[in-house]
Design a protein. Structure first.
Length: 343
C-alpha cells in the first residue's frame, strides 16, 4: 500500500461529505415504504427553503420519521468511531474501544440505573439518563485504567483488555440484576440494552450534534500528539508532548461522546472498534488523516447498518446493536486474519 499523505485536505473533506450525504439520501428513501430518490431530494430541498415539495404522506415519512432518525444514526456512528480511533491511538492498543474496554458497559450501567430509578430533571427528562451515562462512562474508564496500572505499571495491552472484559462482565451482571427488579420498565430497558435509535426525534439529533461539535475539535486537535504516543509515552514526553494533559482531554471527551450516545441509543457495539480499522487500511495510520476519516466512515457504516436493520426482515425491525455486533464480529475476524497474513 502506498504511503498516504499525513494531512486531511479540503478535497478529502468534500469527497467524504458528499459520500455521507449520498448515503443519507439512500437511507431516507429506503425502508418499509420505498420512495424515489428524486422525490426524497425534492422534499428535503423544499423543506430546507421553507417550501415543502410534498406535504402528503411521503413528506411526513421523510421529515417526521426518517430524517431525525437517520441524522441521529449518522451522528452516533461518527461519535463512536471517532472515540474508538482516539482510544486506540491513546492506549497504543488496536483492540481499544468503548465496548472492549468496558466504557460502554459503564455508561449503560449508569443509564439503566437512571431509567430504573427514574432519575430525571424537571423539564429535562433525558438529561438525567444522559448525565448518569457520561458520569459512569468516565468513572468506569478511570477505574479500569487505575486497576490496570496497579497490576502492570506499563499498562500492557493484554492487562487493559483483561480488566475491561472483567469490568464489562461485572457491569452486565448489575444491569441484569436491575432488569430483574425493574418491573413495569422491563420491556423498555431490555430493548434499550440491545441498541436502537428508533423513535429518536430532532431533539436527540440536536443533542448529539452539540456533543460532537464540542468534543470532536478537542480530539481532532490532539491528532499530532496521538501520533507521538505511538513511540511510547516517555518518548512523547521527551519531544514536548503534555502526556497527562492529552490523556485527560481525550479520555474526558471520549467519555462524554460515549455517554451521550449510550443514553440516546443504548449499547451499539463494534462501531468504534471495527470502523477505525477499516479506515486505517484506506488512509493509513497517521491520526491527522485517520481521525477525520473515521468520523465520516462511522457515520456511513452505522447508517447502512440501520438501513439493514429496518429492511432485512421488514416490516419487523431488528435492534441496531444486534446488527452492528453481527457485522462487526465478522469484519473484525476478517481484519484480524488479514493482519496476521500480512506479517
Amino acid at each position: 500500500m502506498r504511503t498516504k499523505a499525513r494531512r486531511f485536505t479540503l478535497t478529502d473533506y468534500l469527497a467524504l461529505t458528499l459520500l455521507t450525504l449520498l448515503t443519507m439520501l439512500v437511507c431516507l428513501s429506503l425502508g418499509s415504504v420505498a420512495l424515489p430518490l428524486d422525490q426524497t431530494l425534492a422534499t428535503l430541498v423544499g423543506a430546507l427553503f421553507g417550501k415543502p415539495a410534498d406535504p402528503g404522506i411521503a413528506g411526513t415519512i421523510i421529515l417526521s420519521l426518517r430524517l431525525p432518525r437517520v441524522l441521529s444514526v449518522a451522528l452516533v456512528g461518527a461519535a463512536l468511531s471517532l472515540a474508538g480511533a482516539a482510544m486506540q491511538g491513546l492506549l497504543r492498543n488496536p483492540l481499544a474501544d468503548g465496548s472492549t474496554l468496558g466504557v460502554s458497559s459503564g455508561a449503560s450501567l449508569g443509564a439503566v440505573l437512571a431509567l430504573a430509578l427514574g432519575v430525571t430533571l424537571p423539564g429535562l427528562s433525558q438529561l438525567g439518563t444522559m448525565g448518569m451515562a457520561m458520569l459512569f462512562a468516565f468513572l468506569s474508564l478511570a477505574l479500569i485504567l487505575s486497576l490496570a496500572w496497579k497490576i502492570d505499571a506499563s499498562l500492557a495491552t493484554n492487562t487493559i483488555i483483561l480488566i475491561g472484559v472483567i469490568f464489562s462482565m461485572f457491569a452486565s451482571s448489575l444491569i441484569s440484576l436491575m432488569i430483574a427488579f425493574s418491573g413495569e420498565r422491563l420491556r423498555s430497558i431490555t430493548f434499550w440494552t440491545m441498541g436502537s435509535l428508533s423513535g429518536t426525534g430532532y431533539t436527540q439529533a440536536f443533542t448529539l450534534l452539540i456533543a460532537l461539535l464540542l468534543c470532536a475539535p478537542l480530539i481532532l486537535s490532539s491528532s499530532h500528539e496521538l501520533d507521538a504516543f505511538a513511540i511510547g509515552e516517555d518518548n512523547a514526553h521527551t519531544i514536548g508532548v503534555n502526556v497527562r494533559g492529552v490523556k485527560l482531554r481525550v479520555l474526558i471527551t471520549v467519555s462524554i461522546l460515549i455517554g451521550v450516545c449510550v443514553s440516546i441509543g443504548g449499547t451499539i457495539g463494534f462501531v468504534g472498534l471495527v470502523t477505525p480499522h477499516m479506515t486505517r487500511l484506506v488512509v493509513g495510520p497517521a491520526h491527522p488523516r485517520l481521525l477525520p476519516a473515521s468520523l465520516f466512515a462511522g457515520a456511513i457504516f452505522l447508517m447502512l447498518a440501520d438501513l439493514l436493520a429496518r429492511t432485512i426482515v421488514s416490516p419487523i425491525e431488528l435492534p441496531l446493536g444486534v446488527v452492528t455486533s453481527f457485522i462487526g464480529a465478522i469484519l473484525f475476524v476478517l481484519i484480524f486474519f488479514r493482519s496476521r497474513r500480512a506479517r
